[in-house]
Design a protein around this ligand. Structure first.
Ligand code: S3P
Length: 476
């Protein structure tokens, strides 16, 4: 298998700058959420799982290594197509033993919150001890949200202060649980369901706000029986412990969270037209597209179809005069990873955009709410950071892109980096970002794909590298 190491935060800067229109047809890399789940379920299942289109980002490769450490055979067998700007179609094979075994090494999940939280849930069901760590960002993120329910089921652990990584988990002997997570989180739901699969009795997760349901869909695909009901208290997902999974073929659709970058880039760059093919259109993931259409975006979905139990389509974006909107808090879960790039679209829109329900943004790869607000302010957009909301006032409300010209401290957050590079395409002066190497956690080949569309995004060659979060005078 490929054993790529954690990307070392690069000291170099990348910049996004104005160039011509963006045009072309591309494929987004495989969906990150589905890629993690395919590897984990494949390892828990008996038999062979063939995964086509797996995202080969650093986050997912860390999960692949982890599943090998838990005893599955994980190998990359083929790559179908390597074409600039068209992505590549990797085929991976996982041979599971019908359960996870005790690893003889520390599990390093890199930057991946989804990886570690889902693996904690999966591992908790088996009679094993496993130690987990991650990069500096992941070591700072809260694990109590999954450890709490896993503890109620019978797992024990020893963790650093504040229930942070590194931690050691002792699994096995679990009993089923009825659990209503206080936070809207697909990671928490998935961890409890995966643990419940190996627990005695029934496990139920009740979600007040529905979150992405890839775990439920994929569990069914692997042969598990789940009961899903909409009730006045919310969405109830129930399963009986002791069910075995059977390996299967999984086709991973394009990640809408990655497709968002070239699509928003086209919306804010005059004369552009970009199509991203094969994008996952699960309704629990399409909040960004709904919002952009409300903002006046010329966004068209064609060729809607189903692939591997998930809705998929081709999405075309054309340059549009966007206007501000207010988004409901209930929609936040369906676009939780898209707020950085949505805020960029809002900064180029006429009028005021208010985004609500953003509490969870503070515990992502960075405090995204704070970094979006600081970055936009440094680029000359009007912005107001609330505790759980963000208000963006385009260029004095008049529309058109803000000044730009800032150097953004990304704190190693891949989506902050890509979002501000996209802003640079429309802003009056280039926008620079640090730690561009982190983009490979979710979107390997981002720079190449964007350049293939006509964008000027890549290593910063300029003599003046600007000031942190400030204005570059005279550049552009
Ligand atoms: C994910 C769920 C979301 C999202 C993350 C992927 C998943 O996190 O931000 O990138 O695959 O389940 P939360 O469940 O913590 O909101």
């Amino acid at each position: 298998m490929v054993l790529a190491s954690e990307p070392s935060p690069s000291p170099a800067l990348w910049r996004g700058a104005r160039a011509g229109p963006l045009r072309g047809v591309v494929r987004a890399p495989g969906d990150k959420s589905i890629s993690h789940r395919a590897l984990i379920l494949g390892a828990m299942a008996r038999g062979v799982t063939q995964i086509e289109g797996l995202l080969e980002g650093e986050d997912v490769l860390a999960t692949a290594r982890a599943m090998a450490a838990f005893g599955a055979e994980v190998e990359r067998v083929e790559v179908g197509r390597v074409e600039v700007g068209r992505g590549e179609d990797a085929v991976w094979r996982v041979r599971g033993r019908g359960g996870l075994g005790e690893p003889d090494q520390i599990i390093d999940c890199g930057n991946a919150g989804t990886g570690v939280r889902l693996i904690l849930g999966a591992a908790a069901g088996f009679d094993l001890t496993a130690s987990f760590t991650g990069d500096a960002s992941l070591r700072g993120r809260p694990m109590a949200r999954v450890l709490r329910p896993l503890g109620l089921m019978g797992a024990t652990w020893l963790a650093r202060a504040g229930e942070r990584l590194p931690l050691t988990l002792r699994g096995g002997g679990l009993k089923g649980l009825d659990y209503a997570p206080p936070e809207p989180s697909a990671q928490v739901k998935s961890a409890v369901l995966l643990a419940g699969l190996s627990a005695a009795g029934e496990t139920e997760v009740i979600e007040r706000t529905p979150t992405r349901d890839h775990t439920e869909r994929m569990l069914r695909g692997f042969g598990a029986r789940l009961e899903i009901r909409e009730t006045p208290e919310g969405r109830r997902v129930r399963l009986l412990g002791g069910q075995g999974l059977t390996g299967r073929r999984v086709r991973v659709p394009g990640d809408p969270s990655s497709a968002a970058f070239p699509l928003v880039a086209a919306l804010i760059t005059p004369d552009s037209e970009v199509t991203v093919e094969g994008v996952l259109l699960n309704p629990l993931r399409t909040g960004l597209f709904t919002t952009l259409i409300e903002m006046g975006a010329d966004l068209v979905i064609a060729n809607s179809r189903e692939e591997g139990g998930e809705p998929v389509g081709d999405v075309t974006a054309r340059f549009s005069e966007l206007h501000g909107v207010e988004t409901p808090a209930e929609r936040a879960a369906a676009m939780i990873d898209e707020f950085p790039i949505l805020a960029i679209a809002a900064a180029c829109a006429r009028g005021v955009t208010r985004l609500n329900g953003l509490a969870e943004l503070r515990v992502k790869e960075s405090d995204r709410l704070a970094l979006i607000a600081q970055g936009l302010a440094a680029c000359g957009a009007g912005v107001e950071e609330g505790e759980e909301s963000l208000t963006v006032i385009g260029r004095n409300g008049a529309g058109g892109a803000p000044a730009g010209g800032a150097r953004i401290a990304t704190h190693g957050d891949h989506r902050i980096a890509m979002s501000f590079l996209v802003l640079g395409l429309a802003a009056q002066a280039p926008v620079r970002v640090d730690q561009p190497g982190m983009i490979a956690t979710s979107f390997p080949g981002f720079g190449e794909l964007m350049r293939d569309l006509g964008a000027e995004i890549g290593p910063d060659q300029g003599p003046d590298q600007g000031q942190d979060q400030g204005q570059d005078q005279g550049l552009g």
